[in-house]
Write a protein that binds this ligand. Structure first.
Ligand SMILES: Cc1ncc(COP(=O)(O)O)c(C=O)c1O
Length: 413
């Protein structure tokens, strides 16, 4: 580029950018974040859109952070080592050991990350080489495809439907494997469907990973938000410990998504490589979220369970029950399987699609005509056609009832 042309291009906003960033698309969820922001400001808008917890974080853990910042201001905002302070890592691994009966070496097998998002990003960057494939279920979390692409990987989607409770079975995984497959990604409870993998399917997938010598990435971000009598199973109980990397965060369970506190654990060689990457990508994570975690997880996890068991799970379970009742009552032809955890119903709207071009058209119309925000299922993969995702995390009972009533009255008319 000559200097004149370059300056013209800068003025006109036209530059050559890296192929890396040109290749990825803006997250559709970020696109509708504008609607959600509006929803937050405008009382009449009912949001079944975003996945951010609406509960206040535990008060005493927040007060602990404030106190520490006040009393030890310099130390509280200082750098720490790239994988995070050992004190925080020990607090987290102790809870994993206690609750999931899995040993993790706090010195070598875990690193803190900026939310689960950075954990997933860094894990894929660490494990994948260009052209290698990652098996994910379809529908899938909206964050996976572009993160896989950014790491040079290719998405290999395994179709699942609500009629089969969105189960990713070993048979389906086996069928999907090609010579380029490197990673299988699983998530339980899931976003956008709320389903949990059965132990049988989990065991079968772990065995395939072991037999084929693949990597298994488990996204455990919703592991503590489980309803009814279901229980979370750490996949390591079925094996493949040396092939498994887990990404998780406190965003949903401690209601602190903006603190950006996550962690990734796995074999020490993986964490060692990932830490090298994180040195240049982030240097280290902030201290205040770590102060939060140290308090939140204190007394061997006792407090954590109290907040989750007495506030988080009962609140969202109640909202889930209300949403289920309303969907069954007011949209009786819609198809869904009841979520076992997380915050979402992934609903097949096929019987209600007459007059709409597709699920995006349906969602836009519901927003414009009825001020109800739902997310088009197509954002979550090919199996999202004519589906929408309803979140029950952000609205209280009466507004859930009101929102579904508005949708059903509109669709009737
Ligand atoms: C399945 C799943 N994984 C990862 C994330 C990332 O969350 P965070 O970066 O806040 O931990 C989310 C957020 O909604 C999610 O739903």
């Amino acid at each position: 580029m000559n200097a004149k042309k370059e300056s013209e291009d800068i003025v006109s906003g036209r530059r050559d950018f890296s192929e890396r960033t040109e290749r990825i698309t803006e997250s559709p969820i970020r696109r509708i974040a504008r609607l959600l922001e509006e929803a937050g400001e405008k009382e009449s808008i009912i949001s079944f859109g975003g996945g951010a917890p609406s509960l206040a974080p535990p008060k005493d853990s927040m007060e602990h952070v404030a106190k520490k910042i006040k009393e030890e201001s310099q130390k509280s905002v200082s750098y720490c080592s790239t994988p995070g302070s050992l004190k925080t890592r020990k607090a987290i691994t102790k809870v994993i050991e206690k609750e999931e009966d899995v040993q993790v070496d706090p010195e070598k097998e875990i690193t803190l990350t900026h939310g689960g998002t950075q954990g997933l990003y860094a894990t894929l960057q660490t494990l994948l080489n260009p052209g290698q494939e990652v098996i994910v279920q379809d529908p899938e979390y909206v964050g996976y495809p572009e993160t896989i692409k950014l790491a040079g990987g290719k998405l290999n989607r395994v179709k699942t439907t609500w009629e089969e409770d969105f189960q990713m079975t070993p048979e389906k995984v086996n069928e999907a494997i090609t010579k380029d497959t490197e990673v299988v990604m699983i998530i339980s409870p899931d976003n956008p469907t709320g389903r949990m993998l059965t132990d049988e399917n989990l065991k079968g997938i772990v065995e395939i990973v072991e037999d084929e010598d693949l990597w298994l990435i488990t996204d455990d971000i919703y592991k503590s938000i489980i309803y009814e009598d279901k229980e979370f199973t750490n996949s390591r109980h079925f094996g493949a410990r040396e092939n498994t990397v887990t990404c998780s965060s406190f965003s949903k369970t401690a209601s602190i998504p903006g603190m950006r506190l996550g962690y990734t654990y796995g074999p020490k060689e993986v964490i060692k490589n990932m830490t090298r990457l994180l040195q240049y990508e982030a240097l280290c994570i902030a201290n205040p979220p770590q102060l939060f975690a140290q308090h939140f997880l204190r007394e061997k996890g006792k407090y954590k369970r109290k907040y989750i068991n007495e506030t988080v799970v009962p609140t969202y379970k109640h909202r889930k029950d209300i949403m289920k009742e309303e969907l069954e009552d007011k949209l009786p032809k819609a198809g869904f399987s009841e979520p076992s955890g997380a915050f979402y119903f992934f609903v097949d709207m096929n019987p209600y699609m007459e007059g709409f071009e597709d699920e995006e058209d349906l969602s836009t119309t519901l927003y414009e005509e009825e001020e109800v925000v739902v997310i088009p299922g197509g954002y979550f993969g090919n199996e999202g056609k004519n589906h929408v995702r309803f979140t029950f995390v952000s609205e209280p009972e009466e507004r859930i009832r009101e929102g579904i009533t508005r949708i059903s009255e509109f669709l009737k008319s």
